[in-house]
Design a binder for this molecule. Sequence first.
Ligand SMILES: CCCCCCCC(=O)SCCNC(=O)CCNC(=O)[C@H](O)C(C)(C)COP(=O)(O)OP(=O)(O)OC[C@H]1O[C@@H](n2cnc3c(N)ncnc32)[C@H](O)[C@@H]1OP(=O)(O)O
Length: 128
Amino acid sequence: MCFGCSERNPIGLKLKFTMDGDKCRTEFVAGEEHQGWNGYMHGGLIAALMDETMAWWLWFKDISIMTAEMTTRYSLGVPVNIKLTVESWCEEEKRDRLFFMAARIILPDGKVPVTAKAKFLRIDPEKL
Ligand SMILES: CCCCCCCC(=O)SCCNC(=O)CCNC(=O)[C@H](O)C(C)(C)COP(=O)(O)OP(=O)(O)OC[C@H]1O[C@@H](n2cnc3c(N)ncnc32)[C@H](O)[C@@H]1OP(=O)(O)O
């Protein structure tokens, strides 16, 4: 019951993803329950949106992974009640095991308030 993408998780984000060329995308409108400061989305939830979008890029390619490391740069606040586009892509892959991913959030006016970089490691889901 994934917090990011399960339709059955009552408190989850219920994200749906598409692959377009080399980019994975989702859209999300944050509500007041997702706020940190009044009117702005909570930073931890912003990171969750981006983590999940990067994970799904790999999932679309049938690669099972765990997030090993993530850095997030918050340049502008992300307002609630507007449509956010989140996109992710792969920048580099090492030994078919370590994936260097990147993501960004795009506001309706084209501004990019947050970017992220992360390393994902391939796992064997049978061993979880
Ligand atoms: C659609 C799917 C949705 C998925 C949900 C969204 C994704 C998530 O949020 S996952 C949850 C958050 N992440 C976690 O809980 C991960 C917790 N960590 C782990 O389980 C493990 O540390 C795991 C799986 C990442 C790696 O385990 P393991 O393979 O045993 O690591 P380890 O043996 O230490 O390292 C393997 C190799 O990777 C390298 N490595 C490990 N971490 C890093 C890192 N951060 N950067 C670079 N290299 C690294 C190691 O140096 C090692 O290299 P080498 O083979 O040359 O010695």
